[in-house]
Design a binder for this molecule. Sequence first.
Ligand code: TYC
Length: 102
Amino acid sequence: ENGGGLGAAVVTETRPKLKKPSLYRVLILNDDYTPMEFVVYVLERFFGKSRDDATRIMLSVHQNGVGVCGVFTYEVAETKVAQVIETSRRHQHPLQCTMEKD
Ligand code: TYC
């Protein structure tokens, strides 16, 4: 910056406008067939939950139909959803996972 005396260079500092990324909730859905232990495993493996937290979330989904696994930027959320669905499919469980804007 420089208010500028005669002949002085004028230096204008510009800051790029950084926008915070939108966040997305990753949700798991209840169903009648996926074993409780498999849901706990998925929450530990892909969402870094402790066994206790994973068990609480799984039971809440079992009772309420849906639950939040975590909140992530778009591409991370998309990857988690794909990992859960693919792992469930490989194990022939119908567990479903989706994302929505936070
Ligand atoms: N309802 C399932 C059962 O009784 C357990 C379950 C919990 C399934 C959470 C999916 O996201 C889920 N075996």
